[in-house]
Design a protein around this ligand. Structure first.
Ligand SMILES: C[S@@+](CC[C@H](N)C(=O)[O-])C[C@H]1O[C@@H](n2cnc3c(N)ncnc32)[C@H](O)[C@@H]1O
Length: 315
């Protein structure tokens, strides 16, 4: 099992603690480029290079780990210390991951990184301004939703970008997968109102459909939105007309299927937008599908929050 790659060990070892330097120097001779662990199967391949060895953390933590891994005959006290260090690092990683995930999902509390505004706007960012009474009503409904429960909705900044993109391409037919309470749908519907278009939004959960419907009415945008209730893998087969913008925001494992079914209908110059490209983890098969197809051109935007893939179907 490949475990580590030791590059230029002799030089780097000189910068380490005496004992560890000796071990690494021996390593360098014995395992010129790669070494195997006789000890346990690692969870991931670990590369040790100049960068990682530079940091104090690497010197204090990585070196004993490597040393212990390649030399299990180290004295017992040393071994205990190493296990304690590994435990502390693992606990720290798990705690910070949990804190990060929780702050990304909570819509309440003092944290700057939360549902509707997670991602951090620059100081000079300011709320959207209504140009008409209709827009004022829609924006007020959107604002009210941010004070309500968070239903895994896009952030406010992402919502604005969805509207901007859809309106910029003059989208008349917008298909959304994953309505939830309808927050992203309303941003897309503002674009549709401006272009004289329609949003078709697919949702499997009847409770969410009810909540969304009420929000659409409150925003005064229900006339440009059609809710398609049911499993979108089936219901999207009903689409027959060309589509200008697709927005995927349902279960991540379904993105490839949604793409395969809808891409033939997306007009050249149209966009396929995929949510959660940063977190939760996107499906690698979807990333491959949108980045390795010469008919498409994809950028990843707003990756400081949940992240959106923006895929252009070339003309
Ligand atoms: C992340 S939420 C959508 C949030 C919404 N786009 C927003 O920003 O306001 C995902 C939604 O997809 C729905 N969903 C999951 N699988 C689905 C499927 N197969 N068909 C239709 N909807 C689905 C879930 O019920 C959930 O409401």
């Amino acid at each position: 099992m490949e475990f580590c790659e030791v590059q230029d060990n002799q030089r780097m070892a000189g910068r380490l603690l005496q004992t560890d330097a000796a071990i690494l120097a021996r390593l360098a001779t014995q395992h010129n480029t790669r070494c195997n662990t006789p000890w346990r199967k690692p969870h991931f391949p670990l590369t040790i290079n100049r960068q990682t060895l530079k940091s104090r953390t690497a010197r204090v933590i990585m070196v004993p780990v490597v040393a212990r891994t390649v030399n299990p005959s180290l004295p017992g006290k040393r071994s205990r210390t190493m296990r304690q260090l590994v435990f502390i690092v693992a606990a720290f990683c798990v705690a910070s991951w949990m804190a990060d995930t929780a702050s990304a999902q909570s819509s309440r509390g003092g944290s700057e990184r939360r549902g509707f505004d997670y991602g951090g706007a620059p100081e000079f960012d300011s709320p959207p301004l209504a140009k008409s009474d209709a827009e004022k009503r829609a924006l007020a409904a959107l604002d009210a939703m941010t004070k309500d429960q968070w239903y895994l909705n896009v952030t406010t900044r992402e919502g604005r970008v969805l509207r901007q993109l859809a309106e910029a391409v003059g989208a008349k037919r917008i298909v959304e997968i994953g309505t939830s309470s309808g927050y992203s749908t309303l941003w897309l519907a503002m674009a549709a109102r401006a272009t004289g278009g329609k949003v078709f939004t697919h949702e499997i959960d009847p409770e969410k459909v009810k909540i969304a419907r009420a929000n659409f009415e409150r925003a005064g945008l229900d006339d440009v939105i059609t809710i398609v209730e049911g499993d979108a893998h089936e219901t999207i087969k009903r689409h027959k007309e060309p589509i200008d913008v697709v927005f995927l925001d349902a279960e991540k494992k379904g993105y490839v299927d949604y793409l395969e079914k809808l891409l033939p209908l997306v007009r050249p110059g149209g966009l396929v937008l995929g949510h959660d490209m940063h977190r939760p983890m996107p499906d690698p098969r979807y990333i491959e599908a949108i980045t390795k197809n010469p008919d498409l051109d994809t950028s990843f935007i707003m990756m400081e929050s949940f992240g959106i893939s923006m895929t252009l179907k070339k003309r």
